[in-house]
Write a protein of this length. Sequence first.
Length: 327
Amino acid sequence: MSFDLPPQLRLAADRLMEGVSRKDMAQRAGAISARYRAGGGSAAVVASQADATAYVLTRLPATYAACGRVFEELSLRAPDFSPNTLLDAGAGPGGAGWAALETWPQIATAALLDSNRAFLDIAANLAADAPAPLRDAERIRADLTAPGDWPSADLVVASYALAEIPEAKQAATIAALWTSTLGVLALVEPGTPAGWQRILTARATLIEAGAAILAPCPHQAPCPLTAPDWCHFSHRLARSRDHRLAKGAETPFEDEKFIYLLAARPGVAAEAPSARVLAPPRAGKPGIELKLCTPQGTAEPRFAAKRDKAAYSVARRLDWGDALPAD
């Protein structure tokens, strides 16, 4: 699936750009990227509505697509999971909530939590004509580094949020997010070695708290990958003309690299785990080579020869990040 922004969200984002200088947006987008790479938090990086608009233009499509991929995986692993309530923690402009509602239209209520007023305001602007759960969402100004009385929800998501939390405070934040989780906690981070390490730390905390890991790991064992290798995935999305201008890019697409974790309460029924493809399949004349993370907790290659028609037929339909069909 493409996981393009839904029409209502696309129109709302386009309205933000009416009468706005594209040159100014490009300059702001570049400054925002530089400040994030330097380790700045959103309060310092996105300090105004103009900054938030630049963020929407350059980052919302990619973060929405990554969340859409993650929620699709959740629907495959736990097909009977049907959330009624949503908490988007570290919500930014609210893209994760839109992606959740596209996956589960029955969501009735939503809460968005962020420490940045500019993000909460622009999330409300984008949702002005959205379905009721997003339009009427509770918007809470709160700091993820200072866990408090956060709402509970069937689905709790924190996307691209842990990177802004000092390492010493991340365990407390994960514990608080888990306390708020009635069904499934979804974490999404940039697909960098540092993002993977944050997910690994959260994974260990959640397993110790009794969570069942639904994806991407097909097991509860320690991660079999070691540096310089790391677990991450990629999604290709189209760039609009404004998106290309803001990023100073010529290519009509970008590849969003991300890593995620789906952790469930014991009452969430899930399909039996199967091996997951950890890298782009390598096709050659003899067949297709896959790199797999297995339910036994190992990372290993698997070769599907062309002469093995059944195995080859399965392998040629697999992509990076897919789970193998159940036997």
